[in-house]
Design a protein around this ligand. Structure first.
Ligand SMILES: [Zn+2]
Ligand SMILES: [Zn+2]
Ligand SMILES: [Zn+2]
Length: 467
């Protein structure tokens, strides 16, 4: 580590930091995931240590093609900042909220703000749209957009796509909205009470918190998720103390940290793949910059929620590894947009009804432009999915079924799976040619040795069976 990052904190709490970052033993890993299974997470699956790939998930029973293999609830997660204008979702479970009219009106409103002022929400999609598309927004008068947002205007057949009523944050901030009071309370209890910028926030320095959030929005929204991890550990530890009236005990913090200890991680600035537009000569400069971003973000977060009792959680090593954990695992959060379903429904109506309905809907569809039904996208940590290894010939895929309306990870079998087989998903577009697959996988920091890759490399020797 370079001098300037070598703070007193890292030295003073070296032992605790090492404890947070130590790799759990294979026995500890099995015990943790067995406990999850007992609680009903990942039934029919078992996490085991493999010889070549670290942890892996194995089938404990047969699965048929298209059968649900895993439904995994996230521990922390956040929508991408650039996606917030496209999809208005619950900040805890990530289901779409409001109404079809609000979803459409919000996108049109934010785009008009962006185009008029060049700021507002930094909205990548709309800013990248060709000019003619952007101008089409102006075909929808402001008053009509307002009527969509305030419920005065309803679109035909939108009652077939009801969405939960918007619930505001109980802390009084306007950053987060929820689908229900139970989601608002669960988020508050899990991490948001320390990260809320509203009046009832438990954060001691709300101005500092705003600075942290703005920096994350402008640089990398993964910082929001890293802050959730730290906040979650602090809040749970505090609650444990209140309930048990016990003195502070670091080993309790380690227990609470356990789900995150399980995640495979490296330091973010060491493992992040070099972007294509960066000359390899400038690699060390690039990595220095990334580390600087993390350092700045951490200082801002410390300014907002630091507590001496939990100081080791605010180490740059810990922060860098939490972010690296998100970088190295395939942990995309995706929820399909009901706006797409809505327009498909209109398109599928019997001819005369369709003509009538489209008189009203067509201008909106045109104004919304190409990405009219962009999905909700973000980053999340799923305890079991994060253990599933990659193959270019996977036996499972992430697949949202009709009934899956929130941010849970859903995996279904793409072929029959026999008891004892390892579960694989593809982290990438597996139909790409070998070189492109290898390039994409370098982002995850490994070289794939699946049968397909070995065969295409002309290596006829079959891989030794795992375990
Ligand atoms: Zn919700
Ligand atoms: Zn709030
Ligand atoms: Zn492969």
């Amino acid at each position: 580590m370079e001098g300037r990052y070598d703070s007193d904190l890292e030295l003073k709490y070296a032992d605790q930091i090492a404890g947070l970052l130590s790799t759990p033993s294979p026995q500890a890993v099995e015990k943790y995931y067995d406990k999850l299974a007992l609680e009903g997470h990942g039934q029919g699956l078992k996490v085991k240590q493999t010889r070549e790939m670290g942890k892996g998930v194995f089938a404990e029973r047969d699965f048929q093609e298209e059968e649900l293999v895993l439904q995994d609830r996230m521990l922390v997660g956040a929508q991408h900042f650039s996606n917030k204008g496209d999809s208005f979702v619950c900040s805890f479970c990530f289901c779409y909220i409001g109404s079809i009219e609000i979803q459409i009106g919000r996108r049109l409103f934010l785009r008009s703000v962006n185009i008029d002022n060049g700021d507002g929400l930094h909205h990548h999609h709309s800013l990248q749209l060709p000019d003619n598309k952007s101008k089409m927004t102006s075909h929808i008068p402001k008053e009509v957009v307002e009527d969509l947002l305030n419920g005065k205007l309803s679109l035909p057949f939108s009652e077939h796509f009801p969405l939960p009523v918007i619930t505001k944050c109980i802390g009084g901030c306007s950053d987060e909205s929820y689908c229900s009071i139970s989601c608002a309370e669960a988020a508050w209890e899990a991490f948001h009470s320390l990260l809320c910028t509203g009046e009832r926030s438990l954060c001691k320095n709300r101005a500092g918190l705003l600075d942290f959030k703005q920096h994350a929005d402008e640089t990398n929204d993964i910082f929001h998720v890293a802050a959730q991890v730290i906040s979650k550990v602090i809040l749970k530890s505090r609650k444990g103390k209140e309930n048990l009236h016990e003195d502070f005990n670091w080993s309790e913090v380690l227990n609470i940290w356990e789900p995150f200890a399980m995640g495979y991680k490296k330091l973010w600035w060491e493992c992040v793949a070099l972007p294509e537009d960066i000359d390899p000569i400038d690699e060390s400069e690039f990595r220095k910059e990334i580390k600087e971003f993390a350092w700045t973000s951490l200082q801002l977060l410390k300014g907002a929620i630091f507590e001496e009792e939990y100081a080791p959680l605010f180490s740059l090593q810990v922060y860098g590894k939490i972010i690296g954990m998100f970088e190295l695992n395939n942990l995309d959060l995706v929820v399909a947009s009901p706006v797409e379903d809505y327009f498909i429904y209109i398109d599928d109506l019997p001819h005369s009804e369709k003509i009538e309905a489209e008189k009203m809907t067509r201008p909106f569809l045109e104004a919304l432009g190409d990405g009219y039904a962009t999905n909700c996208e973000g980053t999340a940590f799923f305890p079991l999915q994060s253990c599933i290894n990659h193959s270019c010939e996977p036996n499972c895929k992430a697949f949202k079924r009709e009934q899956d309306k929130d941010g849970q990870a859903i995996l279904v079998a793409t072929k029959p799976i026999v008891k004892g087989e390892q579960i694989f998903i593809s982290y990438i577009e597996e139909d790409m040619p070998l070189e492109e697959r290898e390039a994409s996988l370098s982002d995850y920091g490994f070289v794939c040795k699946c049968t397909k890759c070995l065969q295409e490399k002309g290596n006829t020797s079959v891989a030794a069976p795992d375990i």
